[in-house]
Design a protein around this ligand. Structure first.
Ligand code: ZN
Length: 320
């Protein structure tokens, strides 16, 4: 068995591969765009080519690898490595990914896991959650989710999708229908993509906003224009941020009451909004929280490397 580990981070727009040595040092990496139009076989064939290319660049062959860890934005039956469905890559569904990869890379240990799980592992071992026995990693981005670390271990649940808490229902029978198929889940009220749908529905009902002027067209509004309009005092942007803070604060409180975990590590694109989003979220959380024990909200530290680091960690920890 080789000494190196490959960690692969698959996202809706890109695939990043990182090669780590036995001391867990990142020695080389590659990035390429991910093509959502590809069927799963062609998608994973491309991924294998990336593995070979990265090894070739380092004058290594497959024997140098101890294993390949893969983080995917997917519901995955963990034990089987079977992908149930994938957000942003809708063709990657109901696919035996681990079997497919193992047939093409015989003898290679391969571990697939959900991207929030992988990020939680990375931030707990090397990032903002270092030293915390219990931790929740919470990406706040186009979607919201959690990666759960309990007693230093990643908790996956029975099938593999523990932590899909963005799809807990907040308002039964009320609100927009989410990609999960249900109406009124937390994500439907406060994720980056869904808040834009709310804004567009308010505009369709006659609301006026600077966001339409800034984007040139209501259909082109995104979180960049939302933040810009908020900074200029636009009331509809304020309403949108209020709504996000209200549901995120409630979501965090419900997670806190479920797990009694004192460390939330926050990641994802919407964190760029910084205190204008996080201060009200924290105020709402504190307004529900009736005890004095400390609860930490910490920004993630590993920037865009958490995906490859956590994916490699799946192998490092799997073979302990
Ligand atoms: Zn949902």
């Amino acid at each position: 068995m080789g000494a190196y580990v490959m960690g692969i981070d698959v996202g809706g727009t890109k695939i990043a591969c990182g090669l780590f040595d036995e001391k867990k040092t990142l020695v080389a990496q590659r990035r390429c765009p991910s093509d959502p139009a590809l069927p799963p076989e062609a998608f994973f064939d491309g991924l294998i080519r990336e593995v070979h290319t990265l090894l070739d660049e380092q004058s290594l062959d497959l024997d140098a690898l101890r294993g390949i860890g893969l983080g995917m934005p997917s519901f995955i039956l963990f034990e089987q490595g079977h992908i149930v469905k994938t957000s942003n890559l809708v063709n990657i569904r109901d696919f035996p990914a681990k079997t497919y990869l193992t047939e093409r890379l015989p003898g290679m240990p391969i571990v697939l896991d959900n991207d929030a799980h992988v990020a939680a592992l990375a931030e707990n071992r090397f990032g903002a959650g270092r030293g915390f026995k219990n931790m929740l990693y919470c990406p706040i981005s186009t979607g919201i989710a959690t990666g759960i670390i309990i007693n230093g271990k990643l908790f996956r649940g029975t099938y593999g999708w523990a932590g899909e808490t963005g799809h807990m229902i907040a308002t039964p029978g009320e609100g927009l229908v989410c990609g999960c198929g249900n109406q009124g889940c937390f994500m439907s009220w406060c994720s980056g993509s869904m808040i834009i749908k709310h804004i567009q529905s308010w505009i369709a009902q006659g609301a006026k906003t600077l966001m339409t002027d800034l984007a040139g067209d209501a259909a082109k509004i995104d979180c960049f224009y939302l933040e810009m309009a908020y900074d200029r005092g636009d009331p509809l942007a304020q309403r949108a941020l209020d709504q996000m803070a209200r549901y995120l604060g409630l979501w965090f409180f419900n997670l806190y009451m479920t797990f009694n975990i004192d460390c939330f590590v926050l990641g994802g694109g919407l964190l760029k909004m910084g205190e204008k989003l996080l201060d009200p979220v924290r105020r709402i959380f504190d307004s529900y929280n009736r005890n004095e024990k400390p609860v930490y909200f910490k920004p993630a530290e590993l920037e865009d490397r958490f995906g490859i680091i956590g994916a490699a960690e799946l192998i490092f920890e799997d073979s302990l």
